[in-house]
Design a protein around this ligand. Structure first.
Ligand code: UD1
Length: 417
């Protein structure tokens, strides 16, 4: 169990930080690569635990991989295995993408029900409904999801909830399926567009990714491709919020500013200066932030994955702020730890009321999930004294070189144990 120690006292973060490739695009694109027997090269991958776990899973399925400095070469030509073991997938929520990818390649899959971050109830009924609509028989038994189909055929699928995972999983299963699949009420996240671009470059026929209607016309075969993953908008947003919370001046390099619109808008509403260029964003925060209200929504709404980090920023604001969490029902597990650091927060259902001008003090805290872990780093930076975060493996699941990156911006942060 790793721990991180952060010495706070509001030292402003200053300098530049390069943003890594997007975790949530990468964890879908890597399984998507097994849809072809031709060689695939994926570049700009973040060096994080989730990616290394995924590579281990592919290896256990007989896929040949070679990883070097953020580039992964995948050769799934000799792959015959369509069963993933519990041991390999239990640490990775996004292992559900193996379902769509294995069904797309072999017409069958056995994948243990996913693990990953505990954000409250996380059903996968929409994934299952989508695969069943394409003609797969899907059963969940003894913790395993079994899907099988002699013959998949395109279908019209209306998602009951806007789901990133279900949208991508259905895309993966449908690209090589005979006929036309239409996903309505699809999620519109940039990561979905990146996966669709990857698949189209392999020869798939997907139209409308990034809108709420995605049309997929099945093709017989997919070929090899070299693809570079888009920048991670959640990592970028984390550093933007950290800059704002510490009253710093931070330049983010290698971002797609359009993807950051909801975050840029909120920071500006709080009185933070945000300068946007072609692929850079500079955040300059001299005064105390103004209180604002945030409602999380699927893209292009404010991302739920930045909710806990934004909450820390709100503890510094002049006035009270309200967060309404509309995406995940139980995603306020970080609140109790922040309260132990001196935050004044009241939660009722999906709403949190955050009193500003709080005096945070360093404390031992436990990273309850990946993004909560990042929020505690920001809280540690603005708190008086030392904060020690335990359960840091959650943080390394999703943030590349987080100590080095924060350290280069002037943070006093070190790994202990
Ligand atoms: C993805 C992201 C995660 C992010 C989330 C919301 C990855 C690997 N993870 O997770 O970081 O926080 O999107 O932006 O990309 N739901 C159902 N039934 C389903 C599927 C989802 O009810 O079959 C519900 C969920 O419980 C949740 C909402 O739909 O309330 C959105 O979830 P979804 O978009 O599917 O999240 P993930 O894809 O798991």
């Amino acid at each position: 169990m790793g721990r991180l120690a952060i010495t706070g006292n509001k030292r402003p973060l200053r300098g530049a930080v390069k943003i890594s490739g997007a975790k949530n695009a990468a964890v879908a694109i890597i399984p998507a690569a097994i849809l072809t027997a031709a060689p695939v090269k994926i570049e700009n991958l973040p060096d994080i635990r989730d990616i290394q776990i995924l590579i281990e899973i592919l290896t256990s399925l007989g896929v040949r991989t070679s990883w070097e400095a953020g580039t992964l070469e995948i050769d799934a030509s000799s792959m015959t295995e369509w069963k993933a073991t519990y041991e390999s997938v239990k640490k990775l929520r996004a292992s559900y993408y193996l379902l769509g990818a294995l069904i797309g390649r072999f017409g069958r899959a056995i994948v243990p029900a996913p693990g990953g971050c505990d954000l409250g109830p996380r059903p996968i009924d929409q994934h299952i409904k989508g695969l069943a609509a394409l003609g797969a028989r899907v059963d969940v038994e003894h913790g395993l999801i079994r899907a099988e189909a002699e013959h998949l055929v395109g279908a019209d699928i209306y998602l009951d909830v806007v789901s990133v995972g279900a949208t991508i999983n259905i895309m993966l299963a449908a690209v090589r399926t005979e006929g036309k699949t239409i996903i309505e009420n699809a999620a519109k996240e940039p990561e979905i567009v990146d996966v669709a671009n990857f698949l189209n470059a392999m020869g798939a026929n997907i139209r409308g990714a990034g809108t709420d209607v995605i049309k997929i016309t099945g093709v017989n075969e997919l070929g090899g491709v070299t693809h570079s993953v888009i920048p991670d908008r959640i990592e970028a947003g984390t550093y933007m919020i950290a800059a704002a919370a510490t009253g710093g001046d931070v330049l983010l390099r290698d971002v797609i500013p359009k993807h950051m619109d909801p975050v840029v808008a909120k920071l500006r509403e709080m009185g933070v200066t945000v300068d946007v260029a072609d692929d850079e964003i500079r955040v300059i925060a001299s005064d105390l932030p103004q209180a604002v209200d945030i409602k999380t929504f699927p893209y292009p709404g404010f991302p739920t994955d930045l909710q806990s980090q934004a909450m820390v920023l709100m503890t510094r604001a002049s006035g009270s702020s309200i967060i309404t969490e509309n995406v995940f029902e139980g995603r306020f597990k970080h609140v109790d730890e922040l309260k132990r650091m001196g935050a004044r927060i009241k939660v009722e259902g999906r709403t949190a009321l955050i009193e500003g001008s709080a005096r945070l003090t360093g404390a031992p805290v436990c990273a309850t999930d990946l993004r909560a872990g990042a929020a505690f780093i920001i809280a540690g930076l603005i708190a008086e004294g030392e904060t020690v975060i335990s359960n840091t493996e959650h943080i390394y699941r999703g943030y590349e070189n987080i100590c080095r990156k924060f350290g280069a911006l002037g943070a006093i942060i070190k790994e202990i144990d």
